[in-house]
Design a protein around this ligand. Structure first.
Ligand code: IPE
Ligand code: IPE
Ligand code: MG
Length: 235
């Protein structure tokens, strides 16, 4: 595979609140305007032949936000899936939800399931929405899955290795994250794909998520190529 292009891009979409605040608008306006950035990133990745794009849309920690903001974010995800399904099909995008199902209403889960089913045969970009997602929780869940497999197959605890844990992560068929982008300047992982992004190149941009456009993505890809040239040519 062409090592100068990432197989899997993860994006921590941050800065919606600040975007709104700067304009004297309620925070939810920032989330609303993030939709354009989402669609532009999806189109750009699909047209560049990127294998996978995972978007951090709602963390397990985000439940602590005010109820009104939480319900806006849940409803927005559902509305985006519904509204954009046709375009996802045209782009050949395969959709997945990554995260825990508990605490999510049956309505939003139904939309995640419909989107996954309808796009299951698409061969283009693997688009994942990390919603109600926490990286530590995923590692705990993968460990539980691995220990159940050990018991079932009459193996020993010693037989647990990286490959067995990997096979029990939420979406083991995706390649690992090799480029992790975070907007709004924070240099934190905020519990995003801890297992998958262990070796990722991290690119932090000061751009707030609603302002993120394909040129910013292009700059991140250029930075990735540059780092691979100087550090990773023997990988
Ligand atoms: C990212 O923007 C969106 C979510 C976390 C859901 P924020 O809402 O965190 O925006 P800031 O960090 O307050 O600017
Ligand atoms: C990370 O952003 C979560 C998502 C982008 C969904 P946050 O704004 O919630 O993270 P912290 O609180 O700054 O770490
Ligand atoms: Mg934030």
């Amino acid at each position: 595979m062409d090592g100068s292009r990432p197989a899997h891009i993860g994006i921590i979409m941050d800065g919606n609140g600040r975007w709104a605040q700067q304009r004297g608008l309620p925070r939810i306006e920032g989330h609303r305007r993030g939709e354009d950035a989402i669609m532009e990133a999806v189109r750009a990745c699909a047209s560049r032949g990127i294998n996978a794009l995972s978007l951090f849309a709602f963390s397990t920690e985000n439940w602590d936000r005010p109820d009104e903001e939480v319900s806006f974010l849940v409803n927005m995800s559902r509305a985006v899936l519904r509204k954009r399904m046709e375009e996802f099909m045209e782009l050949g995008v395969r959709m997945r939800h990554i995260g825990r199902r508990d605490r999510l209403s049956s309505e939003i889960l139904a939309w995640f399931d419909i989107a996954a089913e309808v796009t299951a045969e698409n061969k283009g970009l693997n688009l994942s929405i990390n919603f109600n997602y926490g990286g530590r929780r995923e590692i705990v869940d993968a460990t539980l899955g691995a220990s159940a497999a050990v018991k079932e197959r009459g193996l020993k605890a010693m037989d647990i290795d990286e490959d067995l844990i990997r096979r029990h992560t939420y979406v083991p068929e995706l390649p690992y994250v090799d480029l992790l982008i975070r907007t709004a300047g924070e240099m934190r992982l905020s519990n995003f794909m801890l297992w998958q992004a262990a070796d990722a190149e991290i690119v932090v941009t000061p751009v707030l998520w609603p302002d993120f456009r394909k040129d910013h993505l292009e700059m991140a890809l250029e930075e990735y190529r540059h780092r691979r040239r100087i550090n990773g040519s023997d990988l």
